[in-house]
Ligand binder design. Structure first.
Ligand SMILES: [Zn+2]
Length: 119
């Protein structure tokens, strides 16, 4: 399962940060999941809760925030969210100037936003 290997990677980071902060336990974990990351939040959540057993984050609560897809037009510099793009075929053309040089600036990644710990 895709989500399980992502959770395993996440726990490597969590345990490393917890060790650096001399934490005795991790109480809360907040991750950002991009709409385009391919991660299913519900699968991610269940993978997290089965993986956490026996780790420093054994009792941790998981918060998931979904980050929306956002583009930046390389031509006019405007930021575009997908709801601004009316075309159903998702052609990625800038609604302001029509340029197709759009850079994806948000919505693809999954990362750890915040960790709450007890020392
Ligand atoms: Zn533009």
């Amino acid at each position: 399962m895709h989500e399980l290997s992502i959770v395993a990677d996440l726990f490597t980071i969590i345990e490393e940060q917890a060790r650096k902060a001399k934490a005795s336990r991790v109480t809360r974990v907040r991750v950002l999941i991009g709409e385009l990351s391919g991660v299913v939040p519900e699968l991610f959540r269940s993978a997290f809760h089965s993986y956490k057993k026996g780790t420093i984050a054994d009792k941790a609560r998981l918060e998931i925030k979904i980050t929306k897809i956002k583009f930046k037009c390389q031509n006019c510099g405007k930021e575009i969210k997908t709801r601004d793009i009316s075309s159903p075929d998702f052609s990625y053309a800038c609604p302001f100037c029509g340029s197709k040089e759009m850079e994806l600036i948000s919505g693809r990644d999954l990362y750890l936003e915040k960790l709450e710990i007890e020392t």
